[in-house]
Design a binder for this molecule. Sequence first.
Ligand SMILES: *Cc1c(COP(=O)(O)O)cnc(C)c1O
Length: 458
Amino acid sequence: MNGNDEAPAPPRPLPAARPDRPEDRLALHGGAPVRHTPWPTYDKGAVFVHPEDEEAACRAVRSHLYFRYDHRPQHETECGRFEDELCRFFGTRHALAVSSGTAALALAIMAARVPPGSLVACPGFTFVATPSAIVMAGCQPFLVEVDEDLRMDLDDLRRRWQPGIRAILVVHMRGFAADAEALAAFAAEMGVPLIEDAVPALGAELRGRKLGTFGAAGAFSTQSDKALNCGEGGFLVTDDTELFARAVALSGAYEGRLRRHFPDAEPPLTGLDLPLLSLRMDEIRAALLRAEMARLPQRLRLFHRNYDRVAAALADVPGIAIRRPVAPGAYLGEAFVFRVPGGDAGWFARALCREGIDARNIGADDDLNVRAFWNWRFAYDTDDVDAIRAMLPRTAGYLREAVDVPLSSNLTPDDCDDLVRAVRKVAAARDAAPAGPPSDGPAGPVVAPAGAAEPVGR
Ligand SMILES: *Cc1c(COP(=O)(O)O)cnc(C)c1O
């Protein structure tokens, strides 16, 4: 399958790998790896931060004004100006900068008036922050299957629907848009809010509309490996003025500070009937983020360029299923995720790591990957992993087959070509192997960068 919306091209056989040729021999089997340098990720310092961004943060540090609600009017604060930029970028009426993506999600659920104790539907493939935010909002995650492209499955949500579900939390996981239009229509039909965990898809669009603007509210993170990076942080966007006012009050705008977010009108509520959760953004981080907004379009282009280069070059590889977008271009490009249907994705990911690529089999048994729903033990009455997996059998199967490679916006075309070469090499070696499970072979020299098999990104 290819990375576009077109019909998949019939797979052509790869030129047969010849284990006697040194360049075909897997690093896993003692051959030379494709790469000798670390695969770029944020935690190795490969971050998209420019000198102008550093300078903006330093200016905020030197100002000694770190609290967003000091004596200055909203439009003179870094937080206020960042929120104005966000409204322009997303085309929404309101934006609120907060302390994390998880905080933005929990605030969105609470501010949408989802009663505590309610079920909130979310997909079985997402970062653990999604079900955690549901718990933080006093609600209970209600899990839904994903389809073969790892997107929340609306048909399954329909089948499982029950009256206790009071909100739908869709996730654009690994930057790939879920079918937000269809889910928004379904949420309206059921009379519940749709909230978007658009954290992994900041700036990505579905049919010309930014992800995060299809539901009642969209939540984003500015933690280091997301498309805007200030270490820790987040924000939400919404057109719903009441929802916005409640989120502002809950986040910690006490004693009239709520009013600063409504320069042209009275706020629709006082906030006195809401607890104050202190989930605010500060001025130093907001300064860094506002500067980074100027280069966000450039960064988004790089994500797309890298993703498209890799997906196009691997579209003809038999035996791997590259995720298909729900519409042309409806992805960020921050990760390259494919399945190895019916194959050993754990072996495939290990072989890629030995070639110098950070790859992870999402559903691996020997890896407590917190993107796999059976590892969210806090969410169940049981700790019987088989029983938990049986709740979403299709998602469990797809995650077992899934391989995840982070694509930093700092990848060069040469880095992308290394990934392409490594995937083709591993796929060809697997196809050349005699029937039976592929062997790990003799342990070759460890050439992959230290930590390559460690959890990467979020
Ligand atoms: C990173 C992430 C979050 C949480 O963001 P934080 O800022 O780390 O709290 C939520 N959802 C998804 C899908 C994420 O990847």
